[in-house]
Design a protein around this ligand. Structure first.
Ligand code: NDP
Length: 336
């Protein structure tokens, strides 16, 4: 299958690219610069340009950003849209988070409808951020599933970067489903809703300082930054999530569905415990030192219903221990 993958320089997209090529698909991935294209190409040295090629899309917040990238010969059958800002280092919520996320999503859907009528399936990387209700906290009596939508408003979005990020994912995913309903395009949509993603970084793209946001949690624990008050949450391994994207495009039953994509909870204390057990060289620096702050075992936590994901995508979930071990190994390789 001929696939357009956006945001090829990203942490998650790098693993999606791996699975796409392993599954025999042919891929064009968008990146913001030729330099990033060259680094990815070098890592896939033996692969011919029929199977892996690049398109430069500098800024997805521009309305017409994808007009030419969606056109290829042979034409695309699937688009996987991962590109979206995920960091909290921003000056302006609208410009730095909402615009690239929302315009990036509606822009690519419009370009596909206009110029890539052979596309049958679009898979979008949404987030648990578009499911979770931040005002409810640990909400022990609630079970989250695909039926939940984050009720965040535009006003709350502008209050801080975390709200801004969560709103950027919520509004973009809603805009995508609205597009399908109103425009009735030739393609079906699948959205993936993962929480915090851990897992090995791809060395040709990352350094310890320019680490993707979600893995900073593990780096900070190992480096002994104060983690005592960080709340527990849900997590998923990047390889499971990447495989999930590829299965979502391959399986007919995934059409027009949202997938809540997580094997379960983690706490910062658990992460530290896994590092302590498997990497004795870090044991003196590690933070937290004990599992005293392990709030979710103490107070209870929201539950999850992942029946749809298990039934349709059937992921053999990676264990938290293996995910953390592989993450730390990959960070050691870049100087942790
Ligand atoms: P990364 O920061 O590694 O990847 C983000 C990608 O988006 C990069 O390729 C980046 O390009 C690209 N991008 C961001 N802004 C723009 C822009 N204005 N124009 C063009 N490209 C842009 O993060 P992840 O891999 O973690 O995130 C990928 C997707 O997964 C995002 O949609 C994110 O919201 C979602 N997600 C991530 C989770 C996580 O825990 N990691 C959890 C839930 C969802 P460049 O590197 O060149 O800036």
């Amino acid at each position: 299958t001929r696939v357009l993958l956006t945001g090829g320089s990203g942490f998650i997209a790098a693993h999606i690219l791996n699975f796409l090529l392993q599954h025999g698909h042919s891929v064009v991935t968008t990146v913001r610069s030729q330099e990033k294209a060259d680094r990815i190409a070098a890592a896939y040295n033996g692969i011919d340009r029929e199977r892996l090629d690049f398109a430069i899309v500098e800024d997805i917040a521009q309305e017409q950003a994808f007009e030419t990238a969606v056109v290829s010969d042979p034409p695309f059958e699937v688009v996987i849209h991962t590109a979206s800002p995920f960091h909290f280092n921003i000056a302006d919520v609208q410009r730095d988070l909402l615009d690239p996320s929302i315009i990036g999503t509606t822009g690519i859907l419009e370009s596909i409808k206009k110029h890539a009528t052979t596309v049958k399936r679009v898979v979008i990387t949404s987030s648990f951020a578009s499911i979770v209700n931040g005002s409810k906290g640990f909400w022990p009596e609630h079970t989250y599933s695909e039926a939940d939508w984050n009720p965040i408003t535009k006003e709350e979005a502008s209050q801080n970067a975390v709200n801004g990020y969560r709103a950027s994912k919520t509004f973009a995913e809603k805009a995508a489903w609205n597009f399908i309903e109103q425009q009735q395009p030739n393609f079906t949509l699948t959205t993936m809703c993962p929480p915090l993603v851990f897992g090995p970084i791809v060395h040709y793209l990352n350094s310890l300082d320019a680490l993707n946001t979600s893995n900073q949690r593990i780096r900070d624990i190992v480096q002994g930054k104060d983690q005592e008050n960080l709340p527990p949450g849900l997590w998923v391994d990047v390889r499971d999530l990447a495989l999930g994207h590829v299965l979502a495009m391959e399986k007919e039953a995934a059409a027009n569905k949202r997938f809540f994509f997580t094997p379960g909870h983690f706490s910062t204390a658990e992460l530290a415990e896994i590092v302590r057990k498997n990497f004795p060289e870090f044991k003196d620096k590690l933070h937290p030192k004990s599992n005293a702050g392990d709030a979710y075992t103490k107070y209870g936590f929201y539950k999850i219903n992942i029946d749809r994901t298990n039934r349709i995508l059937g992921i053999p979930w990676t264990s938290l221990e293996n995910s953390v071990i592989d993450t730390v190994e990959s960070l050691k390789a870049v100087g942790l």
